[in-house]
Design a protein around this ligand. Structure first.
Ligand code: AHG
Ligand code: MN
Ligand code: MN
Length: 337
C-alpha cells in the first residue's frame, strides 16, 4: 500500500515554505480543516436532522439565508476563535467584519475572509456545495482589534487560499503560493489525505460554464465568445460542452482538474457582477493562477482589483489560460469594432 500523507502532516512538512514560519499559519490551516470536517458532518446529515431549508432571514445582500449557511459560518468562526491565530473575519453571512475581542485573538496575525457555504441554493436538492476561504496578514498593529483595512486588501496579498467541496467525496484544495494541492476526506479515519498533489490546470479544455439564461443581458462580446464555444471545429475540440452546476466551487473544481472556463459576467441585472470579490473571486483566482490558469473580470486581473467594500462584486472569468484569453479577446474586439 502506498504511504498516506494526511493534511496535518503535509502542512507541517511545508511549514518552512512560509515567509513567516512561526507555526501560526500551520495552526490556522488546521483550524480550517477541523471546521471543514464539522461542516461536512452537518452537510451529510442535513436531511436527517431538520437543518435543510431556509432560515427565514435574509443576509445583508437580501439573499435568503439557508440554515446550513449559518451553521457553517458559526463552525468556522468558532474554530478561528478557539485557535487564536486570527484577529478578525469577514464572511458572506455577516453584514460587517467581525473583530475578535479577546486577548489571544487580538494577538493573532491573520484575518480570514470566507464564503461559509457556496452554492447554497443547491443544498435542498443534494447537489455539490462548498466553502471558500482567503487568508491575509493583518495590516493593523498586533494586540489591537482588527480593522476594515485588514479586510480590504488586494488579492495579490493573500498568503493562502482554498476551498472545500462537499461532493460525491469531500475535498480540501489549498495553496500557500507554492502550487496547489488537494486532499480527499477519508471518512473511515476522519482525515483529509493527499490525493491530488501539485495540481495543474490544463492550458485549455472543452467545457464552458455560465448561466446562459443571462446571455441576452450580457456584453455583445460575450455572445461572440459563447458562439465561438458552440461552433464546430474538430482541431480545437469544439463545440465545447456546456456544464453549469450553479455552485461556483463545484464548477471551478471540475474546470481546475479537467480544463475549462467559468464565466459570471456583469449583466443588465447584475451590473457589478454576481460573485463577491473578497471571498469568492480572489481565493479561487489565487488557486487558478497557482495552478497555471487565469482569472480576470473580463479586462483586468482579479488579484489586482483594489477592494472598496466587503461585499463588493465583480464580473468573473476564471479557468484554463487559453480559454480565458480567448474570452477576453472577444470582449476587446467588440469594444474596438
Ligand atoms: P452563494 O450560494 O454563496 O450565494 O453563491 C452562489 C453563487 C455561485 O455559487 C454560483 O455559481 C452562482 O451564485 C449562481 O448564480 P445564478 O443562479 O445566478 O447562476
Ligand atoms: Mn458563494
Ligand atoms: Mn454562500
Amino acid at each position: 500500500m502506498s504511504q498516506i500523507i494526511t493534511l496535518s502532516e503535509f502542512i507541517m512538512q511545508r511549514q518552512k515554505d512560509f515567509p513567516y514560519a512561526t507555526g501560526e499559519l500551520t495552526s490556522l490551516l488546521n483550524d480550517i480543516s477541523i471546521a471543514s470536517k464539522i461542516v461536512n458532518r452537518d452537510v451529510n446529515r442535513a436531511g436527517l436532522v431538520d437543518i435543510l431549508g431556509a432560515k427565514g432571514e435574509k443576509n445583508i445582500q437580501g439573499e435568503d439565508q439557508q440554515k446550513l449557511d449559518v451553521i457553517a459560518d458559526e463552525a468556522f468562526i468558532n474554530a478561528f476563535l478557539s485557535g487564536g491565530e486570527v484577529c478578525g473575519i469577514a464572511s458572506e453571512e455577516n453584514d460587517d467584519f467581525v473583530a475578535f475581542d479577546n486577548e489571544q485573538s487580538k494577538n493573532g496575525k491573520y484575518v480570514v475572509l470566507f464564503d461559509p457555504l457556496d452554492g447554497s441554493s443547491n443544498i435542498d436538492v443534494n447537489v455539490s456545495i462548498g466553502t471558500i476561504f482567503s487568508i491575509y496578514r493583518r495590516k493593523s498593529p498586533v494586540g489591537g482589534l482588527a480593522t476594515k483595512e485588514d479586510m480590504l486588501q488586494k488579492g495579490t496579498e493573500q498568503v493562502a487560499a482554498g476551498y472545500v467541496i462537499f461532493g460525491s467525496s469531500t475535498m480540501l484544495v489549498y495553496s500557500t503560493g507554492k502550487g496547489v494541492n488537494g486532499f480527499t476526506l477519508d471518512p473511515s479515519i476522519g482525515e483529509f489525505c493527499l490525493s491530488h498533489p501539485n495540481i495543474k490546470m490544463p492550458e485549455t479544455g472543452r467545457m464552458y460554464s455560465m448561466n446562459e439564461g443571462n446571455l441576452d443581458r450580457c456584453d455583445p462580446g460575450l455572445k461572440d465568445y459563447v458562439q465561438y464555444c458552440r461552433e464546430d471545429d474538430p482541431a480545437t475540440k469544439r463545440p465545447y460542452s456546456g456544464r453549469y452546476i450553479g455552485s461556483l466551487v463545484a464548477d471551478f473544481h471540475r474546470n481546475l482538474l479537467k480544463g475549462g472556463i467559468y464565466i459570471y459576467p456583469t449583466t443588465d441585472n447584475w451590473k457589478e457582477g454576481r460573485l463577491r470579490l473578497l471571498y469568492e473571486c480572489n481565493p479561487l483566482a489565487f488557486i487558478a493562477e497557482q495552478a497555471g490558469g487565469l482569472a480576470t473580470d473580463g479586462h483586468q486581473r482579479i488579484l489586482e482589483i483594489e477592494p472598496k467594500e466587503l461585499h463588493q462584486r465583480c464580473g468573473y472569468f476564471v479557468g484554463s489560460k487559453q480559454m480565458v484569453e480567448k474570452a477576453m479577446s472577444c470582449l476587446k474586439d467588440k469594444v474596438e469594432a
